[in-house]
Design a protein around this ligand. Structure first.
Ligand SMILES: Nc1ncnc2c1ncn2[C@@H]1O[C@H](COP(=O)(O)OP(=O)(O)OP(=O)(O)O)[C@@H](O)[C@H]1O
Length: 209
């Protein structure tokens, strides 16, 4: 399976953020989208996720394992800046909701909470969780339903060093199973075998391990 972006252009307001952007992400690899604030990293992720429409160009998943009946959005997890939790509900209830919506094809709720280091905290309302705990809960969503493509916007924001390392292991395991990752980030994510797409000065380059 591979994710292909062809001739992508994005205009926001009066500003053209990028044009004629081509990239390919092969199964088992990650593409890091980098560049200065306002370069268009989040905008690119939203285009891939189907949450915004490109001015030109298209994105598709193709090859073995890609579902020809489904669009990219249905085969992707999109994790934006907002964590998409109901603050008044317990963490476990929030995660159970996403598991039901996304298709129950991954870990159970308790196991996913345990995996992101929130074991025993599932009964707490999200409102009382710390910023890093809320982020961990958002990351747990990736685990409760299988989607081959993970679109991650600054996924390690608010995570402590240990949680960053744990999440690097989770991402690496996803890649080892043939998954794909596109991540907008200002910081290294601790992954090997990644390539970098730098916006602001468009170029795709190999990142040394
Ligand atoms: N809905 C919108 N209407 C008009 N302009 C927008 C809209 N959304 C984003 N922009 C503009 O598009 C540009 C790119 O925004 P984007 O969030 O994609 O940047 P980014 O590279 O992710 O930045 P950061 O590193 O700060 O997160 C910014 O100048 C922003 O103001």
């Amino acid at each position: 399976m591979r994710l292909v972006g062809e001739g992508l252009a994005c205009t926001r307001g009066l500003r053209r953020l990028f044009a004629a952007l081509d990239f390919t992400v092969e199964a088992g690899t990650a593409l890091l989208v980098t560049g200065p604030n306002g370069a268009g990293k989040s905008s690119l992720l939203r285009l891939i996720a189907g949450l915004a429409v490109p001015t030109a160009g298209a994105v598709r998943l193709e090859g073995e394992g890609a579902d020809p009946e489904a669009g990219v959005a249905e085969q992707a997890h999109y994790l934006g800046h907002l964590d998409a939790h109901k603050a008044a509900l317990p963490a476990a209830r929030n995660l159970a909701f996403w598991r039901d919506v996304l298709g129950r094809s991954g870990l159970g709720v308790e196991e996913a909470l345990e995996t992101v280091g929130l074991g025993g905290l599932g009964g707490l309302p999200v409102a009382v969780l710390s910023a890093g705990q809320k982020r961990r809960l958002a990351l747990a969503r990736l685990l409760v339903a299988h989607r081959p493509l993970w679109l991650l916007d600054e996924p390690t924001t608010a995570l402590d060093v240990g949680a960053q390392a744990r999440f690097a292991e989770i991402m690496q395991a996803h890649l080892a199973r043939g998954g794909l990752i596109v991540a907008a980030t200002h910081a290294p994510l601790g992954l090997s075998g990644t390539r970098e797409l730098r916006l602001g000065r468009i170029a795709v380059e190999e990142v040394p391990a």
